[in-house]
Write a protein that binds this ligand. Structure first.
Ligand code: ATP
Ligand code: MG
Ligand code: FE
Length: 346
């Protein structure tokens, strides 16, 4: 069976196509993404109206490129999956409207799915089926969560999340403070390679003995970076950008990996999946590798292309739902900007 996935929750228009084999194996056939990130750069963050318009313009061309890449035509498609939340209301509406139109015209089932569960499903495209139980650390521009995944087709429980900024948001805000471009993750990652991670001692949020064990906080870290930079400027000293990046990044990677490994150990879960845009971070995956090896935990991190928003992960999640025999969504499928993570499909 051929399953097509449509993603439009933020600033990436994604169309992915997978094949679901008779024994349940999922093969990636196409993964096309059009991003409007350049149009948001000068605002330092995604502008919802601009994103919606860009989705509208990119949807059909991206669809055509995906069909081309897979070497199929629309008549070969057996089911359509689409992100119906969480995300930006107007942006979601474009993808869901397109998906409904294609599903109705082709007379194939429609599956409205959760974007966050999609990020976890992305890993199955690279590393195959997930074990019966795993822990997922989802780190992106809008989310930072620890999830217990018992079944991609329905049983996902949140065991911790950020109480303020998402990890990616912290990267984007810190980049702005030190004058690096948006989105901040890639340039900070690059600059940090030349810096000393121990140069400046930045705080590790929510790691005190009385703090919640599996929740995160990055807003204090961002403020600490801002104060430190202001202090340097007040003293007329230069800003050692590489050291600031390395020290900030060390705090983020330290806290994320320490809490994820602790959660896996305490819950007796043998596999950790890290996904979402920040999973592309070299220090995060490097430190996770070290700590998981020490703790005897299997680590799975999909390649960067599968970590950031894409349609392939939505197609993969759709394929899991088809394989599990889940009932399709109604053509009246609503969008839900605040869809909770435990609602894998609607
Ligand atoms: P969400 O999935 O929560 O709705 P999103 O669409 O912003 O949000 P992604 O596309 O998954 O999420 O990730 C984008 C985020 O990832 C940005 O904040 C960006 O700075 C961050 N990011 C990308 N590459 C890196 C990297 N190498 N290191 C750290 N952060 C990175
Ligand atoms: Mg994005
Ligand atoms: Fe995302």
């Amino acid at each position: 069976k051929i399953i097509l996935g449509i993603e439009s929750s933020c600033d990436e228009t994604g169309v992915g196509i997978v094949r679901l084999g008779s024994t349940g194996e999922i093969t990636l056939l196409a993964d096309q993404v059009a991003s409007s990130v350049d149009q948001h750069a000068r605002f330092g963050g995604v502008v919802p109206e601009v994103a919606s318009r860009a989705h509208l313009e990119a949807m059909v061309p991206t669809m055509d490129r995906a069909l081309d890449e897979a070497g199929i035509s629309l008549s070969n498609v057996d089911a359509i999956a689409v992100t119906c939340g969480p995300g930006l209301a107007g942006a979601l509406l474009v993808g869901v409207s397109a998906a409904k139109a294609y599903a109705a015209a082709l007379d194939v089932p429609l599956y409205g799915v959760n974007h966050l569960a999609g990020h976890v499903a992305a890993d199955t495209l690279q590393h195959g089926a997930l074990p019966s139980e795993c822990l997922a650390l989802l780190v992106s521009g809008g989310h930072t969560q620890l999830l217990k995944v018992e079944d991609l087709a329905g049983k996902i429980t949140e065991i911790g999340s950020t109480i303020d900024d998402a990890a990616g948001e912290a990267y984007d805000k810190v980049a702005r403070i030190i004058g690096l471009p948006y989105p901040g993750g890639p340039p900070i990652d690059k600059a940090a390679k030349q810096g000393d991670p121990n140069a400046i001692k930045f705080p590790r949020g929510l790691t005190g003995p009385r703090d919640p064990k599996f929740d995160f906080s990055f807003s204090g870290l961002k403020t600490a970076v801002a104060r430190w930079v202001e202090g340097q400027e007040a003293d007329g000293k230069p800003i050692p950008v590489d050291d600031v990046c390395a020290s900030f990044q060390e705090s983020v990677a330290d806290v994320l990996t320490a809490k994820a490994v602790r959660a896996a150990t305490e819950l007796g879960i043998g596999t950790l999946v890290i996904s979402g845009g920040v999973a592309a971070n070299s220090r995060l995956s490097g430190l996770a590798r070290e700590r998981c090896a020490q703790a005897g935990i299997e680590l799975r991190v999909p390649r960067p292309r599968l970590c950031t928003d894409n349609g392939a992960m939505i197609a993969a999640l759709g394929a899991h739902l088809v394989a599990a025999g889940v009932r399709p969504s109604s053509l009246e499928l609503p969008t839900d900007p605040g869809l909770p993570v435990d609602t894998v499909y609607v």
